[in-house]
Design a protein around this ligand. Structure first.
Ligand code: AMP
Ligand code: GLY
Length: 425
C-alpha cells in the first residue's frame, strides 16, 4: 500500500513511525514532513493547506491511503477532494471537521445531543457580545469560534477581563478571521483529560487514556499552548469514567452526526473537564492530539494501518487494539518565547545538539516537530521543536527515562516543563 501522510509535527513523526511498521505499508510519502521523518519515508515539499497540490500528488502517484495529521487540511476539505478522485483517506470530511473548526457548530451539536458541556452563547456582533458580558458578573471564557492553533481561548475572571477579551478578538482581531464569531461560556473548574476514539461512522473505539499539559509553565501557569507534554495511561480515566464518557459523549455525538448525515470516519478527540457535576466536554477536535498521539503511538502494539482501514471500511467492530501495558511520557522541548509570543515570532535556525544520543537510549523515541536541516546541522524551525518520549514500568520510571533523555539534548533558549506527568492523580 502506498501511503501519503500529511503534516510536519511531532504527532506526524509518531504516526509515520507506526505506519512504517505495518506490513501493509510498502511506501510512505510525507507532505511536507521534517528531518526526523525522512528515515521512514520520502518527504514531499507540499504544504498541508495546499489541497489541490496534495490531491494532484495523491492521484499522480496512485496513493492507496492518505492519512491526515493536522486539522487545517481537514477543515479545508482535503478528504472530500480526495474522495472525488476515489482516493481513500483517514480523517473526517469537511462537514465533520467543523466540529473543531467552528465552535458555534460544535456547541450546537453538543446541545442537540444533550452532551454535558459549559453553558455558552455564540455572537457575531461585538455589540451583542458586550451587552451579554455586561449582564453577567461571573468568570467567563471567551473563545474565537474558528481555528486558532489552540490559542483562541481567553479565560476571564470577571466581566472586565471578558470585555477586554471580546474587544481584542473582535475589534483588534488578535486571532485573525478565527475571531469574527466568538463563543462566550461559563468557566468550568476541574482537571482536564483527553478522550480519543476511532470512529467509522457507526462504531466508536475508545483509545487508551492520555492527558496533556496545556500551559507553558510548571504547575499549570502561564498561557495555553498546543501542549507541553503528555502521559498515558491517565490514572484519572477510570473504567467507570471511560464508560460514562462513551455513553454520554461519544455515542450521542455519533447519533447527532448521523442525523446530520455527516460521514465521520477518523479519530475524534474530546477535551474533557472533570467538574464536580461530572465530566463535561470543552471541545471536539477532529484529529489526534499533539502530544497525546506521541504517547499513544509509543503504547500501540497493533497495526495502525489496519485500524485506519477499518475506520474507512466501517469495520471497526471487528478490531481489537493491543496496547503496551507500560506507561509512556512525552516531554516537549520548545523554542525560547514559545507560548508567550505568536509562533511566527519564535527564533528559528538555532543548532540542536544531542538528539542522536537521546534517541539511542532504551525505550526512548525522539519525535521531531519544528526542526530543519541546515548545512548538515539539525536546527530549530518552530515553536515546539522535539517530543522526547519514553516507556517505563511505572509513570515514575517513564518520567525518569524521558527526562534522562531530555538531559542529553540542548539548544539555545530551550524551554520545557519539569513536571510532566507530575499531577497525574
Ligand atoms: P478549547 O480549545 O475550547 O479546548 O480550550 C482550550 C483550553 O481552555 C481548555 O483545554 C481549557 O484549559 C480551557 N477552557 C476552555 N473552555 C473552558 C471552560 N468553559 N471553562 C474552563 N476552562 C476552559
Ligand atoms: N494537545 C492538545 C491538542 O492537540 O489540541
Amino acid at each position: 500500500m502506498k501511503i501519503l501522510l500529511v503534516g510536519s509535527g511531532a504527532r506526524e513523526h509518531a504516526l509515520a513511525w507506526k505506519l512504517r511498521q505495518s506490513p501493509l505499508c510498502t511506501e510512505l510519502f510525507i507532505a511536507p514532513g521534517n528531518p526526523g521523518m525522512a528515515q521512514f519515508g520520502r518527504c514531499v515539499d507540499i504544504r498541508g493547506d495546499a489541497i489541490a497540490d496534495l490531491t494532484r500528488f495523491a492521484v499522480d502517484n496512485a496513493m492507496d491511503l492518505v492519512v491526515i495529521g493536522p486539522e487545517d487540511p481537514l477543515a479545508l476539505g482535503l478528504v472530500d477532494a480526495l474522495a472525488a478522485k476515489k482516493i481513500r483517506s483517514f480523517g473526517p470530511s469537511l462537514a465533520g471537521a467543523q466540529l473543531e473548526a467552528d465552535k458555534t457548530f460544535s456547541k450546537k451539536m453538543m446541545r442537540e445531543a444533550l452532551i454535558p458541556s459549559a453553558e455558552g452563547r455564540s455572537f457575531k456582533s461585538m455589540r451583542d457580545a458586550i451587552t451579554y458580558v455586561e449582564s453577567r458578573n461571573d468568570a467567563m471564557v471567551v473563545k474565537a469560534a474558528g481555528l486558532a492553533r489552540g490559542k483562541g481561548v481567553v479565560i476571564c475572571k470577571d466581566p472586565v477581563e471578558a470585555l477586554d477579551a471580546v474587544r481584542n478578538i473582535m475589534e483588534k482581531k488578535v486571532f485573525g478571521a478565527a475571531g469574527s464569531t466568538i463563543v462566550i461560556e461559563e468557566k468550568l473548574e476541574g482537571p482536564e483529560l483527553s478522550l480519543l476514539a476511532f470512529i467509522d461512522g457507526h462504531t466508536a473505539y475508545i483509545l487508551e487514556s492520555a492527558q496533556d499539559h496545556k500551559r507553558i509553565g510548571e504547575n499549570d501557569t502561564g498561557p495555553n499552548t498546543g501542549g507541553m507534554g503528555a502521559f498515558s495511561p491517565a490514572p484519572r480515566m477510570t473504567d467507570e469514567l471511560s464508560r460514562k464518557a462513551e455513553s454520554e459523549i461519544i455515542v450521542p455525538l455519533l447519533d447527532a452526526l448521523a442525523r446530520h448525515e455527516i460521514d465521520y470516519r477518523g479519530v475524534i478527540y474530546a477535551g474533557l473537564m472533570l467538574t464536580p457535576a461530572g465530566p463535561k466536554t470543552l471541545e471536539f477536535n477532529c484529529r489526534f492530539g499533539d502530544p497525546e498521539a506521541q504517547v499513544l503511538m509509543m503504547r500501540l502494539k497493533s497495526d495502525l494501518v489496519e485500524a485506519m482501514i477499518a475506520c474507512i471500511d466501517r469495520k471497526l467492530d471487528q478490531v481489537t487494539l493491543e496496547w503496551d501495558q507500560r506507561h509512556a511520557v512525552c516531554v516537549v522541548l520548545a523554542s525560547a518565547g514559545y507560548g508567550w509570543e505568536s509562533d511566527d515570532k519564535v527564533v528559528k535556525g538555532i543548532p540542536i545538539e544531542g538528539v542522536q544520543e537521546a534517541a539511542a537510549m532504551r525505550d526512548v523515541m525522539v519525535f521531531h516537530g519544528g526542526t530543519a536541516m541546515r548545512d548538515g546541522q539539525l536546527v530549530t524551525n518552530g515553536g515546539r521543536v522535539l517530543s522526547v518520549c519514553a516507556l517505563g514500568d511505572s509513570l515514575t520510571d517513564a518520567r525518569e527515562k524521558a527526562y534522562a533523555a531530555v538531559g542529553k539534548i540542548s539548544f539555545k533558549g530551550m524551554q520545557f516543563r519539569r513536571d510532566i506527568g507530575g499531577n497525574a492523580g
